[in-house]
Every structure is written in structure tokens, then in C-alpha cells.
Design a protein around this ligand. Structure first.
Ligand SMILES: [Zn+2]
Length: 154
């Protein structure tokens, strides 16, 4: 399965009456999908803040459960690996830069694995009017294209 990308109007975007993961008819749950890229929203003392677009997408009950469970496991594994890196850095008496590199090398793939695995739909980018959605399942992508035909931008 290859990702297919669509640019649609945010106001009128509609999702098929199918679960984007298992394609069962009549999904009865809504999961909020957050955009991959965020837009700058302000400075807070020493950090910048970014706002992400969140869109409610219908999923079936069992896929919703699986996605939430995976997300919780991902968060737990990320925290565990972060503290393991901090402990290892202290034990090996690493400098700040080395500890940072070690953390990125270990936590980065874990984050990537939990975020990409099983993901069937993502919002790549957005502006005030449009959003760019990528869909992995080709049958769901066809349904989405047909449903949003009038507002699609090539
Ligand atoms: Zn499903």
C-alpha cells in the first residue's frame, strides 16, 4: 500500500462511512488525528509554541481500542527509554551533547515505530482554508476521493 495525498477544503471535508484501518462499514467512534506539521503560535519565555490541526475521523470500535492501546504503549516505552538513556548517561558520565545524541538515537526510532506502525491516515499540512491528507489504504482513498471530488485540488 502506498500513501495517496489529497488537498481538500477544511470546511467541507467528509470522511467515508468506513473505518480507515479495517474498512468495516459504519464506524461509530471518532478519533482526533493531529496534523504532522504545526504552525507557530507564540513564544513562551524560552520556548516556541506550535499549534496543530486536530480533525475528528470516524473509526470502528475495535480499531479505536487498538490505536489508543498502541498510543499508551508508545508513551510508556518512550518514557522508559528516556529514563534509561538518562541513567546510562549518568552511569557512563557522558557530556550533555553525548547524552542528547544517545537519547535521540534510542528514543527517535521508538517514536517513529509507534507513530508509523498501523497508521492509515495522516494530516500532513494545513492552512486557513485547506488541509493535505495522506491515506494509505487504496480502497479508502478511492472512497475519500469520490466523496470530496468537488473540493479536491490537484
Ligand atoms: Zn476498524
Amino acid at each position: 500500500m502506498a500513501w495517496q495525498q489529497f488537498s481538500v477544503l477544511r470546511k467541507s471535508c467528509r470522511f467515508p462511512d468506513r473505518c480507515p484501518v479495517c474498512l468495516c462499514v459504519g464506524p461509530d467512534r471518532a478519533l482526533f488525528i493531529e496534523s504532522v506539521s504545526g504552525h507557530f503560535s507564540g513564544f513562551y519565555l524560552v520556548a516556541k509554541s506550535y499549534r496543530h490541526l486536530r480533525v475528528a475521523v470516524p473509526f470502528c470500535k475495535s480499531c479505536t481500542r487498538r490505536i489508543i492501546r498502541r498510543s499508551r504503549w508508545g508513551t510508556a516505552c518512550l518514557f522508559a527509554s528516556f529514563f534509561a538513556c538518562a541513567g546510562l548517561a549518568l552511569w557512563l558520565d557522558l557530556s550533555g551533547l553525548s547524552a542528547g545524541v544517545l537519547t535521540v538515537l534510542i528514543c527517535g526510532p521508538i517514536m517513529w515505530w509507534f507513530q508509523s506502525r498501523g497508521s492509515m491516515l495522516r494530516i500532513d499540512d494545513y492552512d486557513d482554508e485547506r488541509m493535505t491528507i495522506s491515506i494509505k489504504h487504496s480502497a479508502y482513498a478511492d472512497l475519500f476521493r469520490n466523496l470530496n471530488m468537488e473540493t479536491l485540488e490537484k
